[in-house]
Ligand binder design. Structure first.
Ligand code: WQD
Length: 320
């Protein structure tokens, strides 16, 4: 079996490629290396350096490699940037998906796996949040992911291909040092950077209606996210799932203060922190119900919070 992976040189994409290889699925990566890094792509995996919005280049890749399916991860993912430059997000994220879907249609590719996000829920009306709950994204980034799901549904309506969209919750950790998250704008990399620099971490908001007053999220190890992709790809190829939206989270919340404590425990010394006002638009609690992905794919997270944090620290220490 052979799958195309767009964004396969990125933090999550490279973990997906590594997991596919382990499952003996052949991969071809399309990545423009704007945020991805060639060094993350394993030796022997073809890396086509192309912009995923370039319809001709994408179609040519599908024609040449005749993949059984495509995993589409190539996209912008910075929420703050999406608020400052919304049209850049609409253009890049949706033109990229459109080019992929056009190539799928042109070549009769059977399966599409799309990288979606918990950002489609905005502030969930209940926690844990289920796939059928209201989708009210609070920023342009989340809206591009929700529109992406709609595009998939519409493009597949004629029965041309099977699809699944994975709604990732808060992805963290690393399976190997060279695969780590270099973007660094999310909580775990920020906590580790503060520890490295010997400066206090920042807690945004201590007056949330949660047990300790800080925001609660569902942190999930990137290796578990990668495993969800492998299972979804195999299930799509076998026609065991079709037209599915699936949460990928552990179903357990952790507050910012609990994350700071977990990092402190892993480092063997407490991590000092300052309190700051809430970030605008941040929901109090976002926790997945993983019931559907468990039922459909037999997936469950194998890494707990400790593993997420220690793998992030090990990766920083080894890469330093
Ligand atoms: C987590 C919590 C912060 C940094 C975003 C996207 C989401 C997904 C993941 C892609 C929040 C708090 C953070 C810090 C803090 N991306 N925080 N101090 O905002 O939950 O999710 O990234 O799909 O769609 O919205 O993630 O890691 O930025 O923040 O107190 O230094 O930690 O306020 O409550 P977020 P995050």
């Amino acid at each position: 079996m052979r799958w195309l992976v767009t964004g396969g040189a990125g933090y999550i994409g490279a973990h997906v490629v590594a997991a596919l290889q382990e499952a003996a699925v052949e991969c071809i990566v399309i990545d423009d290396l704007s945020t991805g890094r060639a060094a993350r792509v394993p030796f022997g995996v073809p890396l086509l350096r192309a912009d995923v919005r370039d319809g001709a280049a994408v179609r040519e890749a599908f024609r040449r490699h005749r993949p059984d399916g495509v995993i589409h991860l190539a996209a912008r993912k910075d929420v703050a940037e999406s608020t400052a430059h919304p049209l850049r997000y609409y253009q890049d994220n949706l033109d990229g998906l459109r080019a992929v879907l056009a190539a799928v249609a042109a070549t009769g590719t059977r399966s599409v796996l799309f990288s979606s996000s918990a950002a489609v829920y905005g502030t969930p009306r209940r926690s844990p949040v289920r796939e059928q709950d209201a989708t009210e994204p609070a920023n342009a980034y989340g809206r591009t992911k929700l529109i992406g799901e709609w595009m998939l549904r519409d493009a597949a309506a004629g029965g041309g291909f099977r699809w699944a969209a994975l709604r990732y919750f808060n992805v963290a950790g690393a399976a190997a040092p060279h695969l780590r998250d270099e973007g660094g704008s999310n909580l775990v990399p920020r906590l580790l950077r503060a520890a490295e620099l010997g400066i206090p971490a920042t807690v945004y908001g201590t007056d949330y209606p949660t047990a300790d007053g800080t925001a609660v999220r569902d942190y999930v190890h990137v290796a578990d996210i990668a495993d969800a992709h492998v299972r979804a790809a195999l299930a799509l190829a076998a026609d065991e799932v079709r037209d599915e939206v699936l949460n990928v989270g552990r179903g357990e919340g952790a507050s910012v203060l609990q994350m700071i404590a977990a990092v402190g425990r892993a480092l063997g010394r407490p991590l000092p922190y300052d309190e700051a006002p809430r970030r605008t638009g941040d929901p109090a609690a976002v926790v997945a119900s993983p019931a559907r992905i468990r039922a459909r794919l037999g997936w469950r997270a194998r890494h707990n919070l400790h593993a997420i944090v220690t793998s992030s620290i090990a990766e920083v220490a080894k890469a330093a």
